[in-house]
Design a protein around this ligand. Structure first.
Ligand code: HEM
Length: 130
């Protein structure tokens, strides 16, 4: 028997807006604690970042909000993000998802949705033309 609730979106499963906000907070605590990732966020307005990231996640997981931030390409332009850093970033995403009451399938489904942005985060490695 299938025990999952097919009508619930991933957004509902993670706990709606409150769940997403909690998730993003926990996630960035891990990211900022990593000395290989922290330097990327120097000088970034962290409140705004977490707000935009919550919006992004809500939208990606089928929630009611609409992401109002920059494109992934624009936001990461010139940051020179390498595959190792991307890997670490996604690793923390997965680690955070493990702290939430989700099935393994749901965790992978969420990672898969976020990974659709991977190319845009990477293809900006070249410094913006000035
Ligand atoms: C698929 C993976 C990723 C997603 C979905 C993502 C998502 C986002 C979002 C939604 C924003 C806010 C954009 C805005 O304010 O308009 C952002 C900004 C940012 N991201 Fe990412 N990100 C990803 C990977 C990474 C990685 C791997 C790093 C660094 C190692 C990173 C570093 C940053 C930084 C530094 C900012 C702030 C840029 C600024 O305000 O100038 N991101 N990201």
């Amino acid at each position: 028997m299938n025990q999952t609730e097919p009508k619930m979106s991933l957004f509902d499963r993670i706990g709606g807006t409150a769940g997403v906000n909690r998730f993003v907070g926990q996630f960035y605590t891990k990211v900022f604690a990593d000395p290989t990732l922290r330097p990327y966020f120097e000088g970034v307005q962290l409140d705004k970042l977490q707000h935009m990231q919550s919006e992004f996640f809500s939208t990606a997981l089928g929630g009611p909000s609409t992401y109002s931030g920059r494109t992934m390409q624009h936001a990461h332009q010139g940051l020179h993000i390498h595959p190792e850093q991307f890997q670490a970033f996604v690793g923390y995403l997965f680690e955070t998802l493990q702290e939430h009451d989700l099935s393994e399938d749901e965790r992978y489904a969420i990672i898969a949705r976020i990974n659709t942005s991977a190319d845009d985060v990477f293809n900006t490695g070249i410094a913006p033309s000035e």
